[in-house]
Design a binder for this molecule. Structure first.
Ligand SMILES: Cc1cc2nc3c(=O)[nH]c(=O)nc-3n(C[C@H](O)[C@H](O)[C@H](O)COP(=O)(O)OP(=O)(O)OC[C@H]3O[C@@H](n4cnc5c(N)ncnc54)[C@H](O)[C@@H]3O)c2cc1C
Length: 361
């Protein structure tokens, strides 16, 4: 089981799906207890503070480590679903009434439907919908990993803008580990996915001379084992299904982890697809209804992030860092937060309009 990964947010309608599944308590029990986000300068001094719930802040109500979340979902479903680890699909052959799947170990089996939830770099997607899918590269790489927690680490996320277009955030992880989310500009997405030496070299290059937080990461990098590294890209698919094959989550509509909305989108997509399969006798009608309902929601999330915004967030010069810090201070100020904060009435509207979950019961 791939239980790696760092902090993920479960937002809006995603929280409602968790509630419907009866898993809210389990999720809350694993909450990382992050209190908010502080922006720091290169010497580690606080520039701006965004407590949990602030407009523009990072911290959501449901903050959980990706691995803990995967474990909660696994425990809740393991008695009713058959899980097979260490295998993947190598071939698909659709007939009128079934789809024949070949697995890595040579096993061949028939299924009614294939639901592809393989994430951003799905390989099965490439077998069926390669021509209909494109990855939109945002001009930056992302890396997530853990470093040893220090006594001075508190329950706040700490973010630093480094010159050269590096954006680093340290977040509370476990009692022994602090999580690192790091992104840096790179014109081309050209690093081989399976070249750990090239990846670490790029990370070092992006971290060198970027201040105290970066120095701490460099010191710990040698012993980092589980690290996620890849281009920051969105998945745009002109259709989400073909025949008996359908995609959900990042495989179909990844908005990039930078939006903090990929997990909610994946949960909502899974909920609606399940509901529509239950409601419709015909799988084509179910897939059509699922895409019609979820696509506007997924695309709205994708529109929140674009390559220009990423370039703006990853300032390159020390002058740019200075301007970014002024903006962070102004944005975090009491008066601006008060102006931007939605009223209680708008808040209710937002949660509801975020996505209106159909009732399938
Ligand atoms: C290792 C990892 C770490 C991550 N860390 C973070 C993070 O720190 N912060 C963040 O915001 N987002 C992170 N993400 C992305 C985040 O989990 C997703 O955006 C979100 O949860 C949507 O979930 P998903 O199920 O669609 O895709 P994912 O969470 O990517 O899950 C896809 C799953 O499919 C498996 N898989 C892939 N290819 C195949 C295949 N061919 N056959 C069988 N299985 C396959 C993967 O191993 C993975 O378990 C991470 C994803 C991964 C895989």
């Amino acid at each position: 089981m791939r239980d790696g990964g760092q902090n993920v947010d479960i937002k809006g309608a995603g929280q409602q799906v968790i509630d419907e599944m009866g898993l809210t308590e389990q999720i809350l029990a694993k909450n990382t207890l992050e209190q908010g986000q502080k922006y720091l300068d290169r010497h580690g001094r606080v520039v701006a503070v965004f407590p949990k719930g602030s407009v523009g802040g990072l911290t959501a109500d449901f903050e959980i480590l990706r691995g803990d979340f995967a474990q909660v979902l696994f425990e809740a479903t393991r008695d009713e679903c058959e899980y097979r680890f260490d295998t993947f699909i190598t071939g698909l052959d659709e007939k009128d009434d079934r789809i024949t799947v070949t697995f890595k170990d040579g096993r061949v089996e028939d299924f009614d439907l294939v639901i592809c939830a393989e994430g951003l770099n799905s390989s099965t997607r490439g077998m069926v919908l390669a021509d209909q899918t494109r990855l939109l590269y945002f001009g930056a790489y992302m890396s997530f990993f853990n470093i040893p927690r220090r006594a001075e680490d508190d329950n706040w996320a700490h973010t630093v803008n480094g010159i050269g277009g590096t954006f680093i955030t340290l977040r509370p992880g476990t009692t022994t580990e602090t999580t690192v989310l790091m992104t840096f500009l790179r014109e081309r997405s050209d690093v081989a996915a399976d070249d750990p030496v090239a990846r670490k070299a790029l990370l070092l290059q992006a971290l060198k001379g970027r201040g105290t937080v970066a120095d701490r990461i460099i010191a710990a990098l040698g012993s980092v084992e589980d690290f996620y590294f890849g281009p920051m890209s969105q998945v745009h698919a002109s259709v989400w299904s073909k025949g008996r094959f359908v995609m959900i989550g990042d495989a179909a509509y990844s908005p990039t982890p930078f939006t903090g909305e990929g997990t909610a989108l994946a949960l909502v997509g899974a909920y609606v697809l399940a509901g529509e399969i239950k409601r419709n006798t015909d799988h084509a009608a179910a897939f059509h209804a699922y895409e019609t309902l979820v696509r506007p929601y997924a695309e709205a999330s994708q529109r929140k992030m674009n390559p220009r915004l990423i370039r703006l967030m990853h300032v390159k010069t020390s002058c740019g860092v200075g301007i970014a810090q002024v903006i962070q201070r102004v944005f975090a100020s009491h008066i601006v937060q008060k102006l931007l904060r939605p009223s209680d009435a708008t808040k209710e509207w937002r949660v509801e309009k975020d996505f209106n979950l159909p009732n399938y019961s």
